[in-house]
Design a protein around this ligand. Structure first.
Ligand code: TYD
Ligand code: MG
Length: 453
């Protein structure tokens, strides 16, 4: 095959150049030149080589909704994928080093292989021996699971040709490189070229492909998010260092919803599914301590009980510190201001720390009321009753607003033995209280605090 011609293109303004330059000659941006393969315009108009030129089809006649999804053997993984692996899907699994991406994918690969599919696991980071050691640890022993230690894309393609797997795992995409480009593995140009070729492979032969991607310091999958646009699904595997809990979260999914999470626990013999994440998140709860409150939150279609902790303490010197983990810090600042203005609590000169326990991330406004309660509880040094749970959005006027999913939130609270739910008055209507639970509707922040302390 003749070597493809390459050129460098500025990622800011699109200026092409035959040679690499540190700075774009057109827009003067530093470090924006990325090598790309020059693709000659195809004769006959078949753009995107992988998909052959086709004729229009009646939409109703296109095969679609009834695709057979392949279970991964992990119902939590299936849930995040939207009900299993779609043939030909190209999914990127990102996460910090050491979080367990390789473990998750090797376990899933083994289970899928155990169900009869041929699976090829390509490792570019670890030796076959290392992978075998991990496999022993997690008890992976399917006969249909194949391992290839390779970093050259062209050779991976050859082996895929020969083996014809239904599932391909690339661990990691940053270690693969194509000889088409002169830049080294891991560069933006390489990442893009490799991913485009793998996309063609996945679509052309209906091979479900999982790419492991490393995350940079600022949280994006390395290679300025270029990969995220190209793939069908982007999953993040998250967790806190020192905690065994792991969450698999879809941030993009062309074949399912993006709000689903899957919960896992890292054990001595690999990852285990957590079918009742609420119980897990509350297991180490600081019940009986001030500043700790439980919120009935929502993740995707599933209610989740999470402990919110706050610590308000006098500032020892200089400006008060404001730190929020797992909760948006802008949101915390807003809630602090509302709390001060509406209840007269004087928190302004104190250090404030807010934390969603267990490495959870609370993105939804329904957590507002719990954050307010945790702040007040810590500041007043008054304990919130351990059997009480809260949810509700807080507005700038101190009003408590209704949120979605109230029935499921209350049901989850009941299931875990909570006896009192403080909720927005707007949600109380039409809500049937379970026998063991007292519902306390509130329409203002002050009312909620009164009910609590
Ligand atoms: P790994 O899958 O290698 O992470 P990544 O591919 O995201 O870099 O996971 C490595 C960590 O997981 C390592 O610290 C050891 C731990 N681990 C377990 O606790 N139990 C196990 O069964 C395995 C295989 C790993
Ligand atoms: Mg790994």
């Amino acid at each position: 095959m003749a070597k493809a011609k390459t050129r460098f293109v500025c990622q800011q303004c699109g200026q092409p150049s035959p040679k690499w330059t540190g700075r774009c000659v057109a827009c003067n941006t530093w470090g924006s030149m990325v090598e790309e393969v020059e693709v000659p315009a195809p004769a006959g108009g078949a753009a995107f080589g992988a998909i052959a030129a086709s004729k229009p089809q009646r939409l109703v006649e296109v095969a679609g909704a009834d695709v057979a999804r392949r279970p991964t053997g992990f119902s939590e993984f299936d849930r995040v994928l939207g009900g299993g692996v779609v043939p030909g899907v190209l999914a990127l699994v990102g996460g910090d080093p050491g979080i367990g991406k390789s473990t998750l994918l090797l376990q899933a690969a083994d289970r899928i292989a155990g169900l009869g599919a041929t699976v090829l696991y390509v490792t570019g980071e670890e030796s076959p021996r290392q992978t075998r050691m991990r496999a022993d640890r997690i008890g992976a022993r399917s006969e249909n699971l194949w391992l290839l230690a390779e970093t050259a894309l062209e050779r991976v393609e050859q082996q895929v040709d020969a083996l014809k797997p239904q599932l391909l795992v690339i661990d990691s995409v940053q270690t693969l490189h194509t000889t088409e480009l002169s830049t080294g593995p891991g560069s933006v140009g390489q990442l893009r070229a490799v991913t485009a070729r793998l996309m063609a492979l996945a679509k052309g032969r209906e091979i479900a492909t999982f790419l492991v991607g490393h995350v940079t310091k600022d949280g994006a999958i390395a290679g300025p998010r270029v990969l995220e646009h190209m793939v069908d699904a982007v999953l993040y595997f998250e967790g806190q260092r020192g905690h065994p809990f792991r969450l698999l979260r879809a941030v993009k999914n062309r074949f399912g919803s993006t709000d689903e999470i899957g919960a896992f626990e890292m054990k001595g013999a690999g990852l285990e599914e957590v079918t009742n994440p609420s119980a897990l998140f509350l297991a180490e709860r600081a019940a009986g301590a001030s500043g700790s409150v439980v919120v009935a939150s929502f993740e995707g279609t599933r209610p989740l009980l999470v402990e919110v902790q706050a610590l308000v303490s006098p500032t020892s010197h200089g400006n008060p510190r404001r730190t929020a983990i797992g909760v948006d810090s802008g949101r915390v600042a807003l809630l602090l201001a509302v709390l001060e203005k509406k209840t007269g609590l004087d928190i302004g000169a104190s250090d404030v720390f807010v934390n969603a326990a267990g490495g959870m991330r609370l993105d939804e406004p329904a957590a507002d009321l719990a954050v307010v309660a945790a702040l007040a509880s810590s500041h007043l040094d008054r304990v919130v009753d351990a059997q009480t749970i809260l949810f509700g959005e807080v507005g700038l006027g101190g009003e408590v607003r209704a949120v979605t999913g109230a029935v499921a939130r209350v049901a989850e609270a009941r299931q875990l033995g909570f006896t009192r739910v403080i909720l927005p008055a707007g949600n109380r209507e039409g809500l049937e209280a379970p026998e063991s639970v007292t519902l306390v509707p509130v329409s203002r922040v002050e009312q909620a605090l009164e009910a609590l302390f």
